[in-house]
Design a protein around this ligand. Structure first.
Ligand SMILES: [Zn+2]
Length: 612
C-alpha cells in the first residue's frame, strides 16, 4: 500500500506541476500580490492598535491598488477595487474624515465602470448608495446608484434590498428602472469564441471553448505524425483564439484557430499522441468541451508555434464513419424545465456533437464513452492500482466570489484554502487520490464540476462552501445532500449556491425526479451524516459556539448528475462576524479540514477502505 500511495502522490505532484506550467507568470504575480494585500488587510483587522493609525489603512489600500495596476483587466482587479472601497469605508469609521467615504464611493463606482460583469458590482453599488443616503443626505445620487443596481443587476443578491429602498425613495424611478434590463456586455457575434479554458487532470485534459450565443460543433480527427482534433463551429467567429495557446501539458501541445470560411471557425488541438477524445456541448451558456484522455507523454513541454498553420490542408482528410456521441448528463437546458422527461433527454441528445472518425478511432471513442451514459449505483471500491479517488470542489471562483463577509472576506478564497487543507489531510490518512476541481482563482460553471468527477470515475464528491444570511446573526455548520423535495427553509441557501433567483428554484419541476434516480441518495445521506457529526465534534473540542445545524437536503445544482456519493458542506457562516474571522484563520481552516477528513474516514471504514 505504501508504494501505491507514493505512486498516487507522485502522479498528483506531476499533475500539479503540469498545471502550474500552464499558468502565465504575470497571472501568478497578480495572484501573489492579491494574496499579500489580503493577508495585510486581515492583519490590520486583527490589530486594534494598528487600526488607530491612518497610514496603516492607506498602506493596505495601496497594496490592493497595486493589484489593479498590475493588470486592470484581471479578475483580481475587480476584487481589489472592491476591497479598496471597503478599506476606505473602514477607515472612515476610525477617522470620521468624509473624504474617506468619498473615496469609498469612487472605488465602488470605478468597479462598476471597469468590471460591469463582476458579481461584486451590486454589493459595491448598494454600499455606495447607503453611504450617499445616510452620511451625505444625497438622495439624488443614492437613487442613481439604487436604480443602476436594480436595472442591471436584477439577478444579483443585492437586488431585493435595493429595490425595496428604491420603492420607498422614488417609486416612479422603479417603474422606469425595471424593464427592460440593458445588456451588461456589448453584443458579440453569434458563435464567437469568448473564452478558452483548460486544465490537466490525472486521466484527461479538458479544454473548454466558451461561446457567445449558440453554434453547431462538428469535430474531426487527423492521424499521422501530427495527430490533431479539429472542431468546426458554425456560425463561428474565432474571437479570442486569434492567438494560439500553448498548453504543452503532455497531451495537448497547443490550441489554435482560424476563420475556416466566412461563417465557420475552425479550432485545432495539436496532440502529443493519437489518444481517445470526446467532444460534447453544454448549454446555458453554450460551451464546447473537448476531453483528451490517455497517459501524459514524458517528452515534456513542447514549444508550439504561435502562427496558425494553413488550415485548409485538413479539409477532406477525415472520411469515415459518423457517430453521435451523446452526453446523457448534459446540463439541464433552461427550456427543458417544466417539459416532459422525454423532451429533456431529446434536448440533451440535440446538444451532442457529431464525431467523424475512421473505424479504429470509432472503436476508441465507443470505448471511452462517458460513464454517465449508463447510470448505476456506485459504491467506493478500492480500484486496482489506486486508492479511493476523492474529488474536492472549492465553491465559486474567478468572477463569482460567492458570499462576502462583513469584513470583505470572499467565500471563493475560503473554499479554496479549505479544499487544499482537506486534500492534505485526506492524503495523510488514507491510501487515496485527491483531485480538486480548481486549484486557483478560476471560474468553473456548476454543471462542469460534477462532470469532472464523473469523467474521473471518482468515488466521492465533496463541495465546500461558506454559508450566508441577510442577517448577521445566524451561525453554525450544516451538510447537504441532493434532494428535490420542496422545502422553503433551504430555498434561500439553494438560490445562493445555484446562483439563481428564488423564483427559479421554485420552478424546479417533476422532471428533476429523473435525476434523483441516479443520485446516490442513501450513500450521500450517510456521507453527509458522517461529515456533519465529525465536523461538529472536531470543532467543538477547540472552539466555543459551534452550532450543529444538522444534515439537510436541497436541489443544489452542483450535485446534479453526480454518479457517486456527493455532498455539499457549509462549514460556517461568512455573514456572521465571529465565524467570518474564524474562516479567514488558517488554524480554523486546518481544524475544519481535519474534522471533515475524520468524517470521510468513518464513511470509508464501512468498506474497509480507510486502512493502509
Ligand atoms: Zn457557496
Amino acid at each position: 500500500m505504501k508504494t501505491l500511495l507514493c505512486r498516487a502522490l507522485l502522479m498528483m505532484m506531476c499533475v500539479t506541476l503540469c498545471a502550474s506550467l500552464l499558468t502565465p507568470a504575470y497571472a501568478l504575480s497578480v495572484e501573489n500580490s492579491y494574496n499579500k494585500a489580503r493577508k495585510a488587510y486581515f492583519e490590520l483587522l486583527d490589530s486594534p492598535r494598528k487600526q488607530k493609525y491612518r497610514d496603516q489603512w492607506l498602506k493596505v489600500r495601496k497594496l490592493f491598488l497595486q493589484v489593479h495596476d498590475l493588470d486592470s483587466e484581471h479578475q483580481r482587479s475587480a476584487d481589489a477595487l472592491y476591497m479598496a472601497g471597503k478599506i476606505s469605508q473602514g477607515l472612515y469609521d476610525v477617522s470620521y474624515v468624509k473624504d474617506d467615504l468619498r473615496a469609498a464611493i469612487a472605488y465602488f463606482d470605478q468597479l462598476a465602470l471597469e468590471h460591469p460583469g463582476s458579481s461584486l458590482v451590486d454589493d459595491g453599488l448598494l454600499i455606495a448608495a447607503q453611504i450617499l443616503e445616510e452620511k451625505f443626505g444625497d438622495q439624488k445620487r443614492a437613487i442613481e446608484h439604487y436604480r443602476r443596481l436594480v436595472s442591471i443587476y436584477h439577478d444579483g443578491d443585492m437586488f431585493a434590498a435595493a429595490r425595496a429602498r428604491l420603492k420607498e425613495l422614488a417609486p416612479e424611478a422603479l417603474q422606469v428602472a425595471s424593464p427592460p434590463p440593458p445588456a451588461r456586455v456589448p453584443a458579440k457575434a453569434e458563435g464567437a469564441i469568448i473564452g478558452v479554458r483548460y486544465h490537466t487532470y490525472p486521466d484527461f485534459t479538458r479544454v473548454v471553448l466558451d461561446l457567445e450565443g449558440n453554434a453547431s460543433a462538428t469535430p474531426g480527427f487527423v492521424k499521422g505524425d501530427d495527430p490533431r482534433i479539429f472542431i468546426d463551429l458554425a456560425p463561428g467567429d474565432i474571437g479570442v483564439l486569434k492567438q494560439a495557446i500553448d498548453l504543452g501539458d503532455g497531451r495537448v501541445r497547443q490550441v489554435r484557430g482560424g476563420q475556416y470560411r466566412n461563417d465557420v471557425a475552425r479550432v485545432v488541438l495539436d496532440l502529443d499522441a493519437a489518444n481517445p477524445y470526446q467532444v460534447f456541448t453544454l448549454n446555458d451558456p453554450f460551451r464546447v468541451i473537448i476531453d483528451i484522455s490517455g497517459p501524459l507523454s514524458n517528452s515534456g513541454p513542447v514549444v508550439a508555434t504561435s502562427a496558425p498553420q494553413k488550415l485548409n490542408a485538413d479539409s477532406g482528410a477525415h472520411p469515415g464513419a459518423t457517430v453521435t456521441a451523446q452526453l446523457a448528463a448534459a446540463a439541464m437546458p433552461k427550456s427543458a424545465a417544466g417539459a416532459s422527461p422525454s423532451s429533456a433527454s431529446k434536448a440533451a441528445a440535440a446538444s451532442a456533437a457529431t464525431v467523424k472518425l475512421d473505424e479504429q478511432q470509432l472503436a476508441e471513442v465507443l470505448d471511452s464513452r462517458p460513464k454517465e451514459e449508463q447510470p448505476h449505483v456506485k459504491l467506493p471500491e478500492n480500484k486496482v492500482g489506486r486508492g479511493v479517488r476523492i474529488v474536492l470542489d472549492p465553491g465559486h471562483g474567478g468572477k463569482d466570489p460567492g458570499a462576502i463577509g462583513p469584513r470583505g472576506l470572499m467565500e471563493k478564497d475560503v473554499t479554496l484554502a479549505l479544499a487544499k487543507a482537506l486534500s492534505a489531510q485526506l492524503k495523510k490518512r488514507f491510501p487515496c487520490e485527491v483531485i480538486l476541481t480548481r486549484d486557483s482563482d478560476v471560474y468553473i460553471p456548476l454543471d462542469e464540476r460534477t462532470l469532472i468527477a464523473n469523467r474521473l470515475d471518482a468515488d466521492l464528491f465533496v463541495s465546500l462552501h461558506a454559508n450566508a444570511n441577510r442577517s448577521r446573526k445566524p451561525y453554525g455548520a450544516e451538510t447537504y445532500y441532493l434532494n428535490f423535495s420542496k422545502n422553503d427553509d433551504v430555498i434561500e441557501v439553494v438560490a445562493r449556491e445555484n446562483g439563481t433567483s428564488l423564483q427559479k428554484v421554485g420552478d424546479l419541476d417533476m422532471i428533476l425526479l429523473d435525476l434523483m434516480a441516479n443520485s446516490k441518495i442513501n450513500e450521500s445521506s450517510r456521507l453527509a451524516a458522517e461529515i456533519q457529526e465529525a465536523l461538529i465534534d472536531g470543532l467543538s473540542r477547540k472552539y466555543s459556539n459551534i452550532k450543529d445545524l444538522g444534515v439537510r437536503q436541497g436541489p443544489f445544482h452542483v450535485l446534479w448528475n453526480a454518479t457517486m456519493p456527493s455532498v455539499l458542506v457549509e462549514v460556517a457562516f461568512i455573514s456572521n462576524r465571529r465565524e467570518e474571522k474564524r474562516l479567514a484563520d488558517q488554524r480554523f481552516q486546518t481544524r475544519s479540514a481535519e474534522a471533515i477528513a475524520t468524517g470521510v474516514g468513518h464513511y470509508l471504514e464501512a468498506y474497509n477502505l480507510a486502512s493502509n
